[in-house]
Each structure stands twice: as C-alpha cells, then as structure tokens.
Write a protein that binds this ligand. Structure first.
Ligand code: C5P
Length: 378
C-alpha cells in the first residue's frame, strides 16, 4: 500500500474535522501530528525532524487557505511549519470551489509557490460537494501517485553527482564606482541550478552580481569579476563531475582600473580594455571525465556559431539561443533554446519558461551521464 515508502501524516485542524488522525495513524503505522507543539517522539523536535527526513512532501488536498499560508511563509500549524523548514520537493494537489481556485488571489499564490519550485497537480473539472461545477476537484488518486513517483525518481537521478554552475554577469571595475557589465539577470543559471538540485545533485553555484535569491539547498559563491569567477571555478573544479557555464562573462575588462573616482574634466575618455580569461575554455582544457556544458547567446547564424563553439571548446553539449528573438535572452523569464550535442544531434526546444529550460537542460545532462555509464559498463 505504501509502495515501499515510509508515510508520515501532518494534518491541519480543519482536516481533523473530516477524518480522525487515528485513521491515518492506523493506516501508516506512524503517529499523526497536527499542532506545532505535538511531539510524539520524546527528545525530538517533530517539525524539524519531519522536515529534514522527508524525501518529498505531498499536500493533498490543499485548500485555498493553506495555499495562501504557504505562499506567505506562515508557520502556524505543523503542516505549514514543516513546509517552511524542509528542503525536500513539495507537491501540492489543490481542491476547492471553482470560484476560489480561479480567484486572482489564489492564482497569485500558486504562481508565487511555483516560482519557488513547488509543483502543482492541477485540479480537474467536475461537480463539487457544494453542487457547483468547474475546475477545483482534486486530481485522481492515480494521477497524484504517479506525480509522487515521478518526482521521487527525479530526485534520485543525480544523487551523488557534483555539479558546478556559473551564472549571472560579471562586473569589471573602471573605478571604485563604475563598472563594465552586461544585461544578464542570472535567471537562466539560477534555473539550471534549481533543476539540478531538484534532481538530487550537489550543486555549487558561482554567481556574478544578481538581484535573485539563490535556490534552497545550493552552495553559493559570490563573485564580481571574471578573474574572481575563474579562480572560484578552478578551486571547485576538482570536486565536480559536471560543469555548466551559463554566466555571461564580460569578454573584456578595463586594463587599469582607477583607484579613485574619475572626475568629469574632459570631453573624451578612452578606456583601454584587455581580454578576460575564457573560463569555459580553461575548464574544457582540463576536463578529464567531466561533462562540460556551455551556453551560446547569439545574434546571427546562431546554430553555426554554437556548433563551432562546441568543437572549439571541446564541450559535450551547448545550449544556444538567439538573444534578438522575442522572449529569448537577457532579463526575460522565457527562453527558446536549441541543444546541440557533441555527437551532432540537434534538439530544438519550444519557447518556454527559463525554469522549464533549466529542467530540460538537466534532463539532457542526465541522459549524457546515463549513456556514458552504459558505455562504461558495456
Ligand atoms: O564565446 P562565448 O562568450 O559566446 O561563449 C559562451 C560560453 O562560454 C558560455 O557558456 C559562457 O558562460 C562561457 N564563457 C566563459 N568565460 C568567458 C566567456 C564565456 O566561461 N570569458
């Protein structure tokens, strides 16, 4: 019945009015918790223990009120406290009146939670307990179980794989207040890091300056310049199996940054720039058995340039996008990637959220690791 899993149940107070906690205790063979102060195992803080032990948290059925509490990060009962304290993936199967489900407040909470990596098993169309008809019925049990199994499988894919990811722009100082930079927001790299983490990888994210909150459970190293990024990468490289370069590294930096702020005392100012190190190229030279993945943001002849880059930098995979295409490239939340593999395969992906692009790229890395392992075993 449990498909080999240990099942622990946390109920909201409202849920206990519909089903007795004793029923779940009997079904699961484990005590059920409701209140934040429920401590069924002496000497253990239940909400932390349950949050840390869980491989996955399923909230089903989730009411509009619980979605709102989760979105706000409230922790006023055992369920919401565990959800706030966990690093495990969270799956939610909502169930509510159709007017409540489609209400902008509920939908905004859904979006907030999705942006944090929470997955939804969408409600279906049907007749509600109140007699209303519409979207709001909890998904079929088989669909929920399938989603749980898929999610658990995914969280195992990259268990034990150490992944190093660069993200964001680099800032190259001109003087103490000015810099040369670019429009990279870091969204693509952070999405890749989040997807890798969701697949169970140990992730180190080396990031240039961004306004983003790094995904939970990821080790973050913050840098400013390309030189600092290279040093951080070199330090972490030995302990990594996969390197993914999503950072938009500044190709040039001012040769001699000024030590004090330059005053506006002339009509012209010529900055002499010098080439920055190619981080991806440097890694590719001492790549060993690692899988190395690059990105190529192009403005013309995208595929051709990316293929050349793949070969020149000795990559296993390159993700190319045309930054001039609407919805692609810098600062936006979407991207249209084409994946080019070292064996010549070309996989064009549709326009999708950067989060989904990250997921697809990580799936491609999983398949590369699998085929490498199969070759080794053959
Ligand atoms: O040659 P180009 O800059 O277009 O190459 C893009 C790829 O190389 C990206 O994966 C980027 O992160 C990486 N790169 C790098 N160091 C640089 C320039 C680019 O790692 N100095």
């Amino acid at each position: 019945m449990h498909a080999g899993h240990t099942v622990r149940v946390a109920m909201t107070h409202s849920a206990t009015r519909l089903i007795s906690p004793d029923t779940f205790a009997a079904l699961t063979g484990n005590p059920v918790v409701v209140d934040v102060f429920d401590e069924p195992e002496p000497g253990q803080i239940a909400h932390i223990r349950l949050a840390q032990e869980a491989d996955l948290i399923l909230i089903a059925p989730a009411t509009a009120h619980t979605l709102a509490r989760l979105a706000l990060g409230l922790a006023d009962d055992m369920l919401t406290t565990i959800a706030l304290a966990t690093h495990a993936p969270i799956l939610i199967a909502p169930a509510m009146n159709p007017a409540m489900w489609t209400h902008p407040a509920t939908q905004a909470h859904v979006q907030t939670l999705q942006a944090r990596g929470v997955e939804f098993i969408d409600p279906t169309y049907g007749i509600m307990a109140c007699g209303d008809e519409g979207w709001g019925k909890i998904a079929d049990t088989t669909v929920i179980v399938q989603a749980v199994q898929q999610c658990l499988q995914r969280t195992q894919d990259l268990r034990g794989v150490r992944m190093l990811i660069t993200a964001g722009p680099t800032y190259e100082p001109i003087d103490p207040v000015r810099f040369v930079g670019n429009r990279s927001s870091g969204k693509m790299g952070y999405a890749v890091a989040e997807a890798a983490r969701a697949h169970g990888a140990e992730v180190t994210l080396i990031t240039g300056p961004t306004a983003l909150t790094p995904p939970a459970g990821v080790k973050v190293v913050r840098v400013q310049t390309a030189q600092q990024m290279l040093e951080a990468v070199q330090e972490a490289l030995d302990a990594c199996d996969v390197f993914i370069a999503t950072a938009a590294v500044a190709d040039y930096r001012p040769e001699r940054p000024l030590s004090s702020k330059r005053k506006r005392n002339s009509q012209h100012w010529t900055l002499r720039m010098v080439a920055n190190p190619d981080i991806l190229g440097t890694v590719a030279q001492r790549k060993g058995n690692r899988i190395v993945v690059g990105f190529a943001a192009e403005t013309d002849k995208a595929l051709q340039h990316a293929q050349e880059k793949l070969q020149r930098k000795n990559l296993d995979l390159i993700a190319v996008n045309d930054v001039l295409e609407p919805g692609s490239g810098f600062e936006v939340d979407t991207n249209r990637l084409t994946l080019i593999y070292a064996d010549g395969r070309i996989e064009p992906l549709p326009l999708m959220s950067k989060r989904e692009c990250g997921e697809r790229l990580i799936q491609a890395v999983v398949s590369l690791l699998h085929s490498r392992q199969t070759r080794r075993e053959a």
